[in-house]
Design a protein around this ligand. Sequence first.
Ligand SMILES: Nc1ccn([C@H]2C[C@H](O)[C@@H](COP(=O)(O)OP(=O)(O)OP(=O)(O)O)O2)c(=O)n1
Length: 360
Amino acid sequence: MTAGILPDREIARLHQSGAIASARPLDPDQIQPASLDLRLGPKAYRVRASFLPGRGRTVAEKLERFSMHEIDLTVGAVLETGCVYVVPILESLALPADLRAATNPKSSTGRLDIFTRVLTDGAPEFDKVAAGYHGPLFIEISPRTFPIVAREGSRLSQIRFRTGDAVLGGEALEALHAAEQLTSAARPDISNMGIAVSIDLKGDASGLVGYRGKRHTGVVDVDRRAAHDVLDYWEPIRRSGTGELVLDPDEFYILVSEEAVHVPPDYAAEMTPFDPLVGEFRVHYAGFFDPGFGHGRAGGTGSRAVLEVRSHDVPFILEHGQTVGRLVYEPMASRPDRLYGLDLASNYQAQGLKLSKHFR
Ligand SMILES: Nc1ccn([C@H]2C[C@H](O)[C@@H](COP(=O)(O)OP(=O)(O)OP(=O)(O)O)O2)c(=O)n1
């Protein structure tokens, strides 16, 4: 198979062959152009603290030691901020030896500041699924800003499957940018680490720059769209005279990229946080960008990247145009049948500054 990220059709094939098994039939829109959404199983475990199983150990073994309480998700339950939960996922894997995977919170999950990571048996790291992995998947969930309601079947994270190592280096990325214009920056900073994405602090015509999460709000139901009023959960942030924004330590911000970004149909991208050694702040969740995101023929012209930003330990002054992340591009093993924004109920195509789909 050609090196790269597996498209929708190949993910469906993995499901048919049993390499992706599920306790329930897949939801009709669960397979995305370059990823599969993972669904919560019927039970959550409230654990004392986050953990990794480590080599040779199963997550179930560790849950026996660290679980404080079991929660029934068949009827839905509130997951509180500051608490850590582990939930067995409905899908499990029996990957062929040449296929590995990576997981990531869905964009909607990152925008709600729900910290999630996926665990596999024997894993020394979060969010990486070893080539040829056979076994269950578990998700660790820790809501940071808003308490949430989740239930069996809720989709908080997603998985991408890849073969080989085909991430584009600096020169290949320069060539792709010359052919396809990956960001709207006049002279983008391109390196082996990806193409730079910077922050917009000028805002829209009304001067709106972003949002800061409120504290002590009501719950957000992760399965309900346009169900919550923005101002009950978010404080709008307006442009300042100087074009700076001081990030309060441990507050959560939704901001937007200065550049429009573009993922051509034969590629997928991933945003990586800006090197935190350079600053005390970081784009917190970043995430997967689908083939077709921001693509003109898929109705995406002008799509910006949404940036979930936090400062740690000290207040940090962000300035307009500062680099906050990098988009790393990787070819698809073959072109997906469906692109983001085309034939899909895509929530964020052609977005500007956009909160998650749960708000109206
Ligand atoms: N920091 C990020 C991460 C992603 N995206 C964009 C690019 C993705 O292609 C798109 C959708 O991402 P997900 O599939 O993760 O999001 P959801 O599944 O929540 O949304 P949808 O229902 O639209 O697929 O959001 C973004 O603007 N900013």
